[in-house]
Design a protein around this ligand. Structure first.
Ligand code: NAD
Length: 306
């Protein structure tokens, strides 16, 4: 495939530009374009690289008369209209591996922050109150962590939390019990998982079978006080059901990095004392940004050589 002019429309580590320039590709970085500006600009390019801010809509793809490939520097392609791209013979590629460790580490931080109320204790101390009584935590040793979605991130979370002495159980329709066992996860069907888990963490894409996976029905099948972590995709947890469960005590806490709507405006959930939350920071490490930038550009070079 011949790629001569690439538009990068989201902030991306300069590693991407450096790699593409070495192959004499013209690279323009134009971030914060309005939808109308992107539609106008895309006409001149045969390739587009985005992170998550740019929405690559039907209109953008149809305006890109020269467009051959769209690269997503990251894993999820939910900001790209893949159906229209396919119809228009525009290839969509992603960089799935670069974010794995960053997202896995944030997930582990969420588990530990729910076990030990570091965030709440810290903000109280900063407000001038030395309160040793309100923040008794619990140990994660010998607790059960259920990992739903045993792909790249789920596996890394398992390995790390096993080091803390947690029992790891999990489910994934495309992973066999033997493969799960190879990274120390006891494979179980969901119905067995709900009543066993002290913590449940999701590492699935947002698709038909995962939309609202954590809802009032599944939460009520869980142990009282179950803690829910979602660093995967908003929409996999039904937020209203989660809030109800937090208020009733059925859920003992939630660690949320992703939301049904982003930026999240569900203040009742965000401000809930049992919620630890971050604004979709799963991939936000220096290292991950370099890795995804390199990964997507090397994929472009592979395409050019094919
Ligand atoms: P992956 O493709 O390696 O793993 C996803 C796994 O989910 C697969 O093994 C798949 O078989 C499984 N799965 C699919 N449907 C399922 C279902 N119904 N029940 C259980 N499992 C199911 O992806 P990954 O790299 O591990 O990423 C996982 C999720 O994390 C993705 O949604 C990704 O977009 C998200 N992510 C978020 C951040 C962030 O910033 N918070 C960063 C990186 C990735």
């Amino acid at each position: 495939m011949n790629i001569s002019k690439v538009l990068i429309s989201d902030a991306l580590d300069k590693a991407a530009v450096d790699i593409l320039l070495k192959r004499n590709i013209i690279v323009d970085v134009k971030t914060k374009l309005t939808p109308a500006e992107l539609i106008e600009t895309i006409k001149d390019y045969d390739a587009l690289i985005v992170r998550s801010a740019t929405r690559v809509t039907k209109e953008v793809i149809e305006a890109g008369k020269k467009l051959k490939v769209i690269g997503r520097a990251g894993v999820g392609v939910d900001n790209i209209d893949v159906e229209t791209a396919t119809k228009n013979r525009v290839l969509v590629i992603n960089a799935p591996g670069g974010n794995t460790i960053a997202a896995a580490e944030l997930t582990c931080i969420m588990v530990l922050s729910l076990a030990r109320p570091v965030v709440a204790a810290c903000s109280k101390l900063k407000s001038g109150v030395w309160d040793k009584e309100s923040f008794k935590g619990s140990e994660v040793l010998d607790k059960t962590l259920a990992i739903i979605g045993l792909g790249r991130i789920g596996r890394e979370v398992a390995r790390r939390m096993q080091a803390f002495g947690m029992r790891t159980i999990g489910y994934d329709p495309f992973v066999t019990p033997d493969v799960a066992q190879s990274f120390g996860v006891e494979f179980m069907e969901l119905e067995k998982i709900w009543p066993l888990a002290d913590y449940i963490t999701l590492h699935v894409p947002l698709i038909e079978s995962t939309r609202g996976l954590i809802n009032s029905v599944t939460l009520n099948k869980c142990k009282k006080g179950v803690k829910i972590i979602n660093c995967s995709r908003g929409g996999t947890v039904d937020e209203k059901s989660l809030l109800e469960a937090l208020n009733s005590g059925q859920a003992g806490g939630a660690g949320l990095d992703v939301f049904e709507e982003e930026p999240c405006k569900f203040t009742e959930l965000l401000e809930h004392p049992k919620v630890v939350c971050t604004p979709h920071l799963g991939a936000s490490t220096k290292e991950a940004q370099i890795k995804v930038a390199e990964e997507i550009s090397f994929q472009f070079l592979t395409l050019m050589d094919s």
